[in-house]
Ligand binder design. Structure first.
Ligand SMILES: [Zn+2]
Length: 305
C-alpha cells in the first residue's frame, strides 16, 4: 500500500465516524460527528469529504462505507433508512466516489462490523460467527464457513427485523413485533418511559443501564425485558446458523456485564438442547470501531477472505 491510506466511514443513526488506516486493522486517526440526519444526505457527504481531507492529507487510495440498510449494492444506492429519513434512493457510492476522487465500496454497516470483528477482533480464529450491532437499530452480519455472507443483494443479516411478537410493537421498518422494536436503544428508552412515567422523561438506554446497574428495580425490569427479547432473537439465529461465536456491539452493548451476564443465561435457556452453550456470546472486541475497521478492510480489497 506504500504510504497510501484507506478511509473507513461508519454512518449511524446518531453518529458519523470517519477513520483512516492501512485496511489491515490499523487505525491511524478517527473523528466522529453527530449525524443530525435531518440535514439530509448531501450534508453528510460534505462532512465525510471534509474529515477525509483533514485525516488523509492527500494520501487517500480508497474508501469503504458502512451504511445501515437496506441498500442496493449493485447500484450503490441506499434504498431506505428507517432511522434516517430523506435517503430513499440516494446514490451514496457514486456521490462519494465523485466527491472523494477515489474508489468507494459500500456495505451494510453491520456486515462491515462482522468483517471487522472476524478479521481483527473477537472473531479471529473462528470460521462461523454472527455479529449484532444493537444501537439506534439492530443490524446483523454473518460470517459462515470463513466467508462474509452478504446475500443476493447485499442485505443479508437484518436480524433486527426477526419477528418476535406477532402483531407486536410497531417497528421503524413499517412492520410490527420486530426484535428491534423491543431491544434497540430507542425501544429500551420507550419502554422505560412507559413503565417509569414522569421519572423517565428524556431517558436513554444508557440511563436505563446505569440505573439498572445501580440496582433500581424498575430499571432492572425494563432492562431485563429488553435482554429477554434479544436473547430469544439470538437463540433463533444460533438455530439458523450454528455459529461458534455471537459478537454483540453497538451503543447498547456498552452496558458491558449488565448485558453479557444476562445474555449468557437467557440465550442458554432459549436454545434447543443440541445447540445449548455451543456459541459464546461476547462483546465486540473492537468496541465502537468494528464497522469502521471492516469498512476499511473492504476498501483495501480485503472483503472476501
Ligand atoms: Zn422491523
Amino acid at each position: 500500500m506504500g504510504d497510501g491510506l484507506v478511509l473507513g466511514v461508519d454512518l449511524g443513526g446518531t453518529k458519523l465516524a470517519v477513520g483512516v488506516g492501512d485496511g489491515a486493522g490499523g487505525l491511524r486517526a478517527r473523528r466522529t460527528l453527530p449525524t443530525r440526519p435531518e440535514r439530509g444526505p448531501e450534508a453528510i457527504v460534505a462532512d465525510v469529504v471534509r474529515l477525509a481531507r483533514s485525516l488523509a492529507r492527500g494520501r487517500l487510495l480508497a474508501a469503504g462505507v458502512g451504511c445501515p440498510g437496506p441498500l442496493d449494492l449493485e447500484a450503490g444506492r441506499v434504498l431506505a433508512l428507517p432511522n434516517l429519513p430523506g435517503w430513499e434512493g440516494f446514490p451514496l457510492r457514486d456521490r462519494l466516489t465523485e466527491a472523494l476522487g477515489v474508489p468507494v465500496v459500500l456495505a451494510n454497516d453491520a456486515t462491515a462490523g462482522a468483517l471487522g470483528e472476524y478479521r481483527f477482533g473477537a472473531g479471529r480464529g473462528c470460521t462461523d460467527l454472527i455479529y449484532l450491532a444493537v444501537g439506534t437499530g439492530i443490524g446483523g452480519g454473518i460470517v459462515a464457513g470463513g466467508r462474509l455472507v452478504s446475500g443476493g443483494r447485499g442485505n443479508a443479516g437484518e436480524f433486527g427485523h426477526l419477528t418476535l411478537v406477532p402483531d407486536g410493537r410497531p417497528c421503524a421498518c413499517g412492520r410490527a413485533g420486530c426484535l428491534e422494536a423491543y431491544a434497540s436503544g430507542p425501544a429500551i428508552a420507550r419502554l422505560a418511559r412507559e413503565r417509569l412515567g414522569r421519572r423517565a422523561r428524556g431517558v436513554t438506554a444508557a440511563w436505563v443501564a446505569r440505573r439498572a446497574a445501580g440496582g433500581d428495580p424498575d430499571a432492572l425490569a425494563v432492562w431485563g425485558e429488553a435482554m429477554d427479547a434479544l436473547a430469544r432473537g439470538i437463540a433463533s439465529l444460533i438455530h439458523c446458523l450454528d455459529p461458534q461465536l455471537v459478537v454483540v456491539g453497538g451503543g447498547v452493548a456498552a452496558a458491558g456485564p449488565l448485558m453479557f451476564d444476562r445474555l449468557a443465561s437467557l440465550v442458554s435457556r432459549y436454545t434447543m438442547a443440541t445447540f445449548r452453550d455451543t456459541a459464546e456470546v461476547v462483546p465486540a472486541a473492537l468496541g465502537a470501531e468494528s464497522a469502521l475497521l471492516g469498512a476499511m478492510a473492504l476498501a483495501a480489497g480485503r472483503g472476501h477472505p
